[in-house]
Ligand binder design. Structure first.
Ligand code: NAI
Ligand code: MG
Length: 505
């Protein structure tokens, strides 16, 4: 049997199980069943390493979203899920984590084919974090509680009352997620929903719908009742917009661009739908003058190049004290030039392609705008060869805050570097951005580090590391980087309503 060379190279090195899944006839997952979109429309799914279409998924429309929301509503209100005790939800989440672990290699390969990232990175970062987070949320299922209060009610002095609060599941959650960490983002929305007793309609990004569909199968394989987790694949302006404006949805959990986040927030508030938004960033990396320039360059390279720069907290603005500026730029340029681009299935490659042709174009347009506005290209600057969506790791030196490359989120392997004078100058520059998601400070001078931390307007400040996340620590944005905190105990508040009970006794 022969097959086109392109198809062979796409599946080179992946398991038969992965290939069988990717090539399957994918359908929407609604109410425990699999359906085509109402009008039969489909979207192609491309391998970013080659640009070859490997699969297609249904392009859901508003009527498909209606069905999914109705299924989630039914599962929330009646039947097995509505009556399941917390300890049973905990057990379910633990079994789900085990199932994810058992299929981790397959999930990592699907993610690599769909998203472009290295299989090894998907396995060791995305999968590990997703599994750990599901286990972390399993623990919360039995630990969600309210408070008891002894009311005074001063205007009814002759009566006695008792009062307490209950944390109740918010209801049907509409989750809209991006393409940079597809399975992990699905887990970040679905696990808290299951821990708190909610039901979910998940809309994955159109670029990366595949792991969400496999995840839905695993969720049901451990005994989650039908309709608790529904997956509708489709485009943002159609399926995404229908979900965020749906009166039957109680809460929207969104991760993606600030522009779309604002639109979703407006649509949600029309129905008073609860909304949490994890949006864009332009996170500063501040290197103080006690740092070894070589170590600083290494840390800054990791802060920007993780996941090829497609990270909401990517350290995309580097500020280096005048003293080490040239050395750090040289160090970074050397690291960037030495990185080998290649497919996510090539174990020798150090950086894979971007997610899509559109993202590759967007990032190379930003590099061109940096060049036009006077940035010096210390390394990279080009797109890679061939049909894949590659962009070279790029260092833009001598940038300033008038440039678009410094002000706007690029979401690719592009670092802007600027010198600063003193600590106040560093803090001022770090905060001169509409975003406030992450920041990192690199120094072993404790007192200066402590003075800087409160000055930085960002949801997370890392010290001598960057992009490091833990399930128990909240993540979210100041300013235009979003509303609400995911992870940690804070996430429980996003998926629950507080009910006050006051009883005359
Ligand atoms: P996007 O924000 O458009 O996509 C994220 C999700 O929102 C996807 O599931 C998409 O289908 C959905 N969506 C799009 N339009 C919608 C609408 N009108 N109503 C409801 N849902 C909608 O991001 P996109 O276009 O893929 O990337 C553009 C830029 O956004 C990137 O270059 C990057 O700067 C930023 N971005 C930031 C992310 C982050 O984690 N901070 C993640 C993805 C993108
Ligand atoms: Mg978009």
């Amino acid at each position: 049997m022969t097959e086109p060379a392109a198809q062979q190279s796409v599946f080179h090195g992946v398991s038969a199980a992965t290939r069988a899944f990717v090539e399957r006839n994918h359908r929407l997952h609604i109410g425990g069943d699999w359906h085509d979109a109402h009008d039969g429309a489909r979207l192609e799914v491309f391998d970013p390493a080659t640009g070859v279409a490997v699969a297609s998924v249904p392009a859901a429309q508003a009527s498909d979203v209606d069905r999914a929301v109705a299924a989630a509503r039914d599962a929330f209100e009646d039947g097995e899920w509505a009556h399941m005790p917390p300890v049973a939800r905990e057990r379910l989440l633990l079994q789900l984590a085990d199932a994810m672990e058992a299929h981790a290699d397959e999930l990592a390969e699907i993610e690599s084919l769909d998203q472009g990232k290295a299989v090894g990175m998907a396995r060791h970062l995305d999968l590990t974090m997703a599994v750990d987070f599901v286990r972390y949320m399993a623990g919360w299922a039995t630990k969600i509680d309210g408070r008891t209060v002894t009311p005074s009610v001063p205007y009814l002095p002759d009566q006695t009352f008792t009062g307490w609060t209950r944390k109740e599941p918010v209801g049907v959650v509409g989750a809209i997620i991006p393409w940079n960490f597809p399975l992990l983002m699905a887990a970040w929305k679905i696990a808290p929903a299951l821990a708190t007793g909610c039901t979910v309609v998940l809309k994955p990004a159109e670029e990366t719908p595949l792991t969400a569909l496999r995840f839905a199968e695993l969720i049901e394989s451990v005994g989650t009742p039908a309709g608790v987790v529904n997956v509708v694949t489709g485009e943002g302006h159609a399926a995404g917009a229908a979900l965020s404006g749906h009166p039957g949805v109680d809460k929207i959990a969104f991760t993606g661009s600030t522009e779309v986040g604002k639109r979703i927030g407006k649509a949600a508030v029309e129905n008073m739908t609860r909304v949490s938004l994890e949006l864009g960033g332009k996170s500063p990396v501040i290197v103080l003058d006690d740092m070894d320039p070589r170590a600083a360059a290494q840390g800054a390279a990791e802060a920007i190049f993780l996941n090829h720069g497609q990270v909401c907290t990517a350290g995309s603005r580097l500020y280096v004290s005048q003293r080490h500026y040239d050395d750090v730029v040289d160090g970074l340029a050397g690291i960037a030039r030495g990185m080998r681009l290649g497919s996510g299935r090539d174990p020798e490659a150090q950086m894979g392609p971007l997610v899509s042709r559109a993202q590759q174009q967007r990032v190379t347009d930003y590099i061109a705008s940096g060049r036009e506005q006077g940035a010096r290209i210390a390394a990279g600057g080009g797109a890679g060869e061939g049909g894949g969506y590659y962009v070279e790791p790029t260092i833009l030196a001598d940038t300033n805050h008038q440039m678009r490359v410094v002000r706007e989120e690029i979401f690719g392997p592009v670092l802007t570097v600027m010198p600063y004078d003193d600590l106040d100058d560093a803090a001022r520059l770090a905060n001169d951005s509409p975003y406030g998601l992450g920041a990192s400070v690199w120094s072993n001078d404790l007192s200066r580090v402590h003075r800087l931390i409160p000055k930085i307007r960002a949801g997370t400040v890392w010290v001598n590391c960057h992009n490091v996340l833990d399930p128990a620590l909240p993540l979210g944005g100041f300013k235009q980087s979003g509303i609400g905190r995911e992870l940690g105990r804070e996430v429980v508040d996003l998926y629950t309503e507080t009910k006050t009970v006051l009883m005359s006794v």
